[in-house]
Ligand binder design. Sequence first.
Ligand code: FES
Ligand SMILES: [Fe+2]
Length: 382
Amino acid sequence: MKHETQVALMHKLFALRERGRQQDMLGRVVQLPVNVYSEPSILDDELQSVFKDFPMVLGHASHVQEPGSYLLSDWDKFPVVVVRDNAGTLRAFLNMCRHRGAKLVNGEEERLKAFVCPFHGWSYSLDGKLKGVTRSYNFPDLDPANCNLRELPVAEAFGLIWVHPTATASLDIRSYLGDIADDLEHFNIGELVSYKKTKVVKQANWKLLLKTYLEGYHVPYLHRTTLQAALKNGVIAHYEHGPNIRLVAARTNIEEAMHVPESDWNILNFASVYYTLFPNTFFIMHPDYVSINMFFPIAPNQTIWTHEMLYRPADFQGKDAEKSLAKRFEFTNDVVFDGEDFAVAEGVQSGIEFAPNEVHTLGLEEGLLGMFQASVDAAIAK
Ligand code: FES
Ligand SMILES: [Fe+2]
């Protein structure tokens, strides 16, 4: 994040704190029908719009720096493999053999030399060209040029790998993110390294899980024994660029910034910064580590949740480094996300299935939930 943006945001947080009003208020109270979390036809519509028309984060760029290194999608509904080919070009392919559609890469290989299909042994070079057809006399008229792997637009930007699910789409991540691109660029996300990644299935709609991050209203209640002590009771500033959202939540020590010259302000010492990268990525800048959370719908009431933690090696040196990293991961992942936020989301989901005609009432501090839903609705309506 640019230094002048950090200073402007710090002043905004001070103003919110003094006003005693906390999170800047949004619009109006909204009643949201809960069938958006349970209706199979709504998920079908989302899969054809929200998950087709926007760039999606596939993971951290550190995973695909060397030729043959690759990243696999965590979602069977989006079977993609991104690979660095031998010429150093990043490529995204559907992870699907052109013979009879078998999955080419299953994640067991450390590095790829080629794509070799486990079903009948067809092989492709890392740039996607069909190179070998076993017992080729079975295919007398086959034109190999028509059997190259299906390629998708891919970009490495701001330390992340982005893929567009639609082959003909163009990928301009900077204009997609607006000022959020500057933030990610200045935080040097690309220099971080991965500590750990988990993948689990939660029994709740993907939007219900993601929306738990979009308001600070619940922090003093749901997180009263965990985050409450660290965060300044809902003092939150937000910014939107298209459907992407930045949230900045003041930490309890924000007053200490008064004693530090503005030129030395580093916002991460006094606030946590959160980004919703539409549609399904929630990116958190904690003071000394980063969490990338992604949500992939399997069914209206079932979602794959992945969480990757990244850190800067210089911040975790010495013999206790591993212990400190493990402690942070366990606190954020197991205690707060899984044990508090998503446990509540799963409870809400079961209530929805019991009483499907209900509405949820979103107050002024919960306006970003309505905004996120409006982005989903707009994508479907397009
Ligand atoms: S499906 Fe890949 S070689 Fe047959
Ligand atoms: Fe929460």
